[in-house]
Ligand binder design. Structure first.
Ligand SMILES: NC(=O)c1ccc[n+]([C@@H]2O[C@H](COP(=O)([O-])OP(=O)(O)OC[C@H]3O[C@@H](n4cnc5c(N)ncnc54)[C@H](OP(=O)(O)O)[C@@H]3O)[C@@H](O)[C@H]2O)c1
Length: 234
């Protein structure tokens, strides 16, 4: 990127968000990392500011986002990444688990957009990029709730992209397949062990960098990434 930017990245403490934050810092930008643990990473980076926010605590978010925009008024890009996976048949989900997954994987992203879009539109050019998933592209067994969340996010991103087209705000979504991260730590499956069985977080960060570096006036609406050979281990 030719210009120096200030990017807010949710989920910056781990996996994809961490890799994106690292790449943006390497490119010379300022990063505001947002999650429950984001204040504990990149502690030696002078252009990194970690803000502790539980994105699932929806009622607290408007006030938290207001404080962030007041403190870091130069934010001209947002990477909305925080989320988690839970995979089971619908009967195995409690009502509370459905609510929790939708709160974080969908509603928190909508709240973040609600807070940030007016702010981003004030810039001549700005970006709002969502980390979606291949689960936003087709439904899979034991993925009904997770797929519902990612389809919702993708629909939101598509509509918002249209809604923002008269401003300088570009809205994009990057949909990775299986990325080797902590995401799988609590799941009963993971990608295969061979390098062609998974995407690395840095690969997703490269896609994000390409989106953010695109010439103003060009929008990468959507990018899909997948491992060369899809192998799932149980
Ligand atoms: N890994 C994959 O195969 C894959 C594929 C497609 C899409 N994705 C999506 O990519 C995103 C990141 O996943 P990842 O693979 O990087 O997983 P990860 O390594 O587990 O990272 C998840 C990130 O989300 C944050 N987060 C989780 N709950 C949060 C909460 N309540 N409040 C604030 N932040 C919270 C975590 O931060 P704290 O713990 O510090 O709060 C962490 O930084 C998710 O939306 C996931 O659905 C992942």
């Amino acid at each position: 990127m030719s210009r120096q930017r200030t990017l807010l990245i949710t989920g910056a403490s781990s996996g994809i968000g961490y890799a994106v934050a690292q790449m943006m810092l390497n490119e010379g930008h300022t990063v505001i990392g947002v999650s429950r643990r984001s204040q504990h990473v990149f502690v030696n980076e002078s252009h990194y500011y970690g803000v502790k926010v539980d994105m699932a605590a929806l009622k607290t978010l408007p006030e938290k986002f207001k404080k962030i925009t007041q403190q870091y008024s130069s934010i001209d890009g947002v990477v909305s990444c925080a989320g988690y996976g839970q995979f089971a048949s619908i009967e195995e989900f409690s009502y509370e688990q459905i609510q929790q997954l939708i709160d974080l994987n969908v509603t928190s992203h909508l709240y973040l957009a609600r807070a940030m879009v007016p702010f981003l539109k004030k810039h001549q050019s700005s970006d709002l990029l969502f980390i979606g998933s291949e689960a936003a592209l087709s439904g899979g067994r034991r993925g009904a709730v997770y797929c519902a969340s990612k389809f919702a996010l993708r629909g939101f991103a598509q509509a918002l992209r249209e809604e923002s087209s008269k401003s300088g705000l570009r809205v994009s979504i990057v949909n990775p397949g299986m990325v080797k991260t902590e995401f799988f730590d609590k799941l009963h499956f993971r990608p295969g062990d061979e390098p062609e069985n998974y995407i690395e977080a840095v690969d997703v960060a490269q896609a994000v960098s390409m989106v953010l570096n695109a010439r103003a006036g060009t929008v990468f609406d959507e990018i899909n990434l997948s491992p060369q050979k899809k192998v799932i281990r149980f």
